[in-house]
Design a protein around this ligand. Structure first.
Ligand SMILES: [Mn+2]
Length: 447
């Protein structure tokens, strides 16, 4: 049996925080990834496409996306491939736009109840295996639904099988003892890699999944691709299209080949996402004294990365650029306008869909220690700023020199009850020191 395992497509995500252009592009990418998955399923002649929950992002489903989805499902249907879809926390039950209003074609198996149901997959009329699945009926499913899954032995053993011959009585009468059994569920497995980033809906335990008797668990919910176990196969495919700067790297689906009951499935990742998010950390910026030189270094680093992992032809990239270490441009990059201009220029130069510049990790090329030791007001100012970096330090500073935060801010009424927090925000974050040091540096350079 061969299946294509997808999850967490989140069709019609709003992307409210993005620009209108990016929003449209990302929604289009969600549809495109579905089209690619359907083409892949047809090309590789799978026996079923499994969508392990969160096909939709929420109640809102545009007419355009709905039509698109039904057209793509039709393509699958014409190829004789069933689409098995269990609901998740984003698209639970019957009331939601997707699973409730859509008239699903006959080759779609919707699992929207917490009670598992088993269906058979066929190839040329012959049963090749089973898929057992349960869905979320409510948005905040707190139960471990995996414990409700029946053991495949309940149908495998219902008739004595002759040396594993696939002729025992199955859920509908045919699935045999030697045939692979797949389980599908939208669940947060305790301890999975990306678990900290996701809400604990329908939590399950890995040891339980291991001994449930299935050959493969097609999981959904955690957006990070992860193999939790090889035998039985227990896999998160991750979402097939990244939705935020944290969802980086190649994204797609898993092609799973199941030779038979009790045999390790072979699992192949196939990249599908037309838009990829990446984080690019760049150091060694000390020599770049102009924006052009800065862009040159970033470009070299970007091309190195893409040589290792070029992505699919035509992939579009959204890059979170994180320069780190000493840079002569540190002070200039404190200005939001400079950051925006530089980001735009990098996007143009490297042909990227978007660049977000995060400059918290850079500092001035001047060593603050050499100034901090000076026995003059500049040195004193830097020492005070260093002290103001910590909560305790700021409190001690205020106390020692009898500092009135309201005075410091230039008005009478203290803006809040926590004066040390206020002073720390005024002086802290390294900004005050950076501005001072940059000032010294320029002073030193001018004739
Ligand atoms: Mn989910």
């Amino acid at each position: 049996m061969r299946i294509l395992h997808l999850a967490d497509l989140h069709l019609d995500t709003l992307f409210a925080a993005r620009s209108p252009e990016l929003r449209d592009r990302l929604r289009e990418a969600g549809r495109e990834v579905l089209r690619r998955a359907v083409s892949l399923a047809i090309e590789r002649e799978v026996d079923g496409v499994l969508m392990a929950g969160d096909l939709f992002d929420g109640r809102r489903l545009s007419y355009r996306t709905e039509r698109f989805l039904l057209r793509e499902l039709e393509r699958l249907g014409e190829a004789g491939i069933p689409f098995l879809y269990c609901t998740g926390n984003h698209d639970p039950g019957q009331g939601i736009a997707g699973s409730g209003r859509i008239e699903w074609p006959d080759h779609v198996e919707l699992f929207d109840r917490p009670q598992p149901r088993t269906v058979e997959l066929r190839r040329d009329g012959e049963v090749v295996g089973t898929v057992t699945a349960a869905g979320h009926a409510v948005a905040h499913e707190a139960d471990d639904l995996s414990t409700r899954f029946p053991s495949p032995s309940s149908w495998r053993d219902s008739q004595p099988a002759e040396s594993g011959a696939p002729d025992a009585v199955g859920p509908e009468g045919q699935a045999g003892a030697g045939l692979p059994a797949v389980a599908m569920l939208h669940t947060q497995v305790t301890g999975a890699g990306g678990a900290a980033d996701h809400d604990r809906y329908a939590p399950s335990e890995l040891p339980n999944l291991r001994r449930a008797g299935y050959d493969y668990w097609a999981l959904g919910h955690i957006h990070l691709r992860e193999a939790l176990e090889r035998l039985p196969g227990i896999h998160y495919p991750g979402n097939p299209q990244g939705r935020s700067p944290r969802e980086t790297g190649a994204k797609g689906a898993l092609l799973v080949e199941l030779p038979g009951a009790g045999v390790a499935p072979s699992v192949e990742f196939v990249e599908l996402a037309p838009v990829r998010w990446e984080r690019l950390e760049v150091d060694g910026l000390r020599a770049a004294t102009t924006f052009d030189e800065f862009i040159g270094i970033v470009g070299d680093r970007w091309r190195e990365l893409r040589a290792e992992d070029p992505g699919l032809p035509g992939t579009q990239w959204i890059v979170r650029l994180v320069p780190v270490g000493a840079s002569p441009l540190a002070a200039e990059l404190d200005h939001p306008e400079s950051r925006r201009d530089l980001g735009d220029e990098i996007a143009r130069t490297l042909d990227l869909l978007g660049v977000e510049l995060r400059v918290e990790g850079i500092r001035s090329t001047v060593d603050p220690d050499q100034y901090r030791e000076r026995r003059d007001p500049a040195g004193l100012a830097l020492r005070l700023l260093a002290e103001a970096e910590s909560r305790e330090g700021t409190a001690a500073l205020i106390e020692r020199i009898g500092l009135d935060p309201a005075e410091l801010a230039g008005f009478r009424d203290a803006p809040e009850s926590d004066p040390s927090g206020y002073v720390r925000r005024l002086l802290g974050g390294g900004l005050g020191a950076r501005i001072l040091i940059e000032h010294f540096r320029r002073e030193g350079e001018s004739p």
